[in-house]
Structures are given as structure tokens and as C-alpha cells.
Design a protein around this ligand. Structure first.
Ligand code: AP5
Ligand code: MG
Length: 210
């Protein structure tokens, strides 16, 4: 069993690369952002509780997110591996994850600069039905605002405004950079320059996880 962990700032391309890994290798994508946005759109008890936190750009509590990840890992038959997109994001989460044993763990850090983050996020679109990620400028759908996969009308995320992006970058630096440092200390973190064409970045990712 392999565990790929994708680290990086908001907009670094974690979701985009996770989707490609899932399609090629069949590893299950566990995107905590997608999972909690599902809870919000279902208007579940958890969803109602966390909606404002997501909109504000803050992290939701470790307890809630760990519970959601546990359910996802235990609820499905994972055969060969899984990809963590957006988890762990705090040292507490990293410690919880390290208790789940795997044969091989591959943490990958997608490095981007802040200007690029803002450019990418302010032009992002996504499909609420299948989760596919697009970009108005860099990765547009074939038909304007319509999902290539399922034909749904594409949406914008409620936390993708320029003001909230700044907050998310701040939270990332404060809470998640120490986690990246933790994996660096472990000695197996792979760092990638994630500015460039999506497919060029994927070919580097692919070589690492093959
Ligand atoms: P989450 O959904 O995980 O957001 P994030 O970490 O801020 O990251 P993003 O999803 O914004 O960016 P990404 O790296 O996936 O980039 P993407 O591939 O989409 O979390 C949202 C919220 O949920 C958090 O703020 C928090 O409240 C909560 N949460 C989630 N996990 C949590 C946890 N573990 N603990 C506590 N709270 C948690 O790409 C971005 C855009 O750029 C797209 O438009 C894409 O098409 C485009 N793009 C991608 N790659 C390229 C490229 N190479 N060139 C040009 N454009 C590109
Ligand atoms: Mg994402």
C-alpha cells in the first residue's frame, strides 16, 4: 500500500495533480477540501457547523477533519494506494496520520509563489458534481462554464475571493509549513517547482511515484 501526500499552498495544484494520479494509477484521492465542501452542500450537521469557517479561510478543527478522513479510509476498499490532498495540515493531523501504517509513503511538496497562487485561484472553476477542477485562463473546459466530464454548470468556490486567499496563505504559513518541515526532517520529502504547464509538472510527479 502506497500513500502519496501532496503538500503546497492554496492553488499550488494539489487537487489537479491528485486527479491525474488517481486516473493513471487508480490510487484513491482523499481530498479533505472536497469532502467538507460535500458536507456543506448536503447541509449535514457537520456541514452546517463548518460552513462559516471554510468561507473565512480558517482551518476546521482537527477532531472533525480526522473523523472525516478516518471514515473515508475505512469505508472503501483501498487496494494499492491513496493520495492525500489537503491533509495533514497541522502537526496534530500529521501525528494522527503517522499511526496509520503503509508500506511506502511519498510526500511531495508543490512549490509556487504567492502571485501565481492569486492568479490561479481567482480564475478557478470546479464541478460540484464530479469535483473536476478547471481554470478560466490556464485550464478551461471545452465548453464555457460546462464540465467536460458530466455536463454540469461549473461553479466558483466561496473561499476563492482575493481577500480570503490572503487569509488562507497566512494560515498555510502558520499551520502547515511546520508540517512540511516535519516531513523534511524525516528525510523523504520531494520538492517540486510547481510553476509551469500542468502536464509538465505531472510528468515530474509521475516519475517520483512510479
Ligand atoms: P482545500 O480545498 O484543500 O484548499 P487549499 O489547500 O486552499 O487548496 P486549493 O484547493 O485552493 O488549491 P490546490 O492546491 O488544490 O490547487 P488546484 O489544483 O485546485 O481546503 C479548503 C478549506 O477546507 C480550508 O481553508 C479549510 O477550511 C478546510 N480544510 C481542508 N482540509 C483541511 C484540513 N486538513 N484541516 C483543517 N481544515 C481543512 O489548482 C488551483 C487552480 O489553478 C485551478 O484553477 C487549476 O486549474 C489551476 N492550476 C493547477 N495547476 C496549474 C498549473 N500548473 N498552471 C496553471 N494553472 C494551474
Ligand atoms: Mg484543492
Amino acid at each position: 500500500m502506497k500513500r502519496i501526500i501532496l503538500f503546497g499552498a492554496p492553488g499550488s495544484g494539489k487537487g489537479t495533480q491528485a486527479e491525474k494520479i488517481e486516473n493513471e494509477f487508480g490510487y484513491m484521492k482523499i481530498s479533505t477540501g472536497d469532502l467538507i465542501r460535500d458536507e456543506v452542500s448536503k447541509k449535514s450537521d457537520i456541514g452546517n457547523k463548518i460552513e462559516d469557517t471554510i468561507k473565512s479561510g480558517n482551518l476546521i478543527s482537527d477532531e472533525i477533519i480526522i473523523d472525516i478522513v478516518k471514515k473515508k479510509i475505512n469505508g472503501k476498499d483501498i487496494t494499492s494506494g491513496y493520495i492525500m490532498d489537503g491533509f495533514p495540515r497541522t502537526l496534530f493531523q500529521a501525528e494522527a496520520l503517522s499511526k496509520v501504517e503503509v508500506e511506502k509513503e511519498i510526500p511531495i511538496f508543490l512549490k509556487v509563489n504567492d502571485d501565481m497562487v492569486v492568479k490561479r485561484i481567482t480564475s478557478r472553476l470546479f464541478c460540484k458534481t464530479c469535483g473536476k477542477i478547471y481554470n478560466k485562463k490556464f485550464n478551461p473546459p471545452k465548453k464555457r462554464c460546462v464540465c467536460d466530464n458530466c455536463g454540469e454548470v461549473l461553479s466558483e468556490r466561496t473561499d476563492d475571493s482575493e481577500e480570503i486567499i490572503k487569509k488562507r496563505i497566512h494560515v498555510y504559513r502558520k499551520e502547515t509549513m511546520p508540517v512540511i518541515e516535519f516531513y523534511k526532517q524525516k528525510g523523504n520529502l520531494r520538492e517540486i517547482d510547481a510553476v509551469g504547464e500542468i502536464n509538465d509538472i505531472y510528468s515530474v510527479v509521475r516519475d517520483i511515484i512510479k
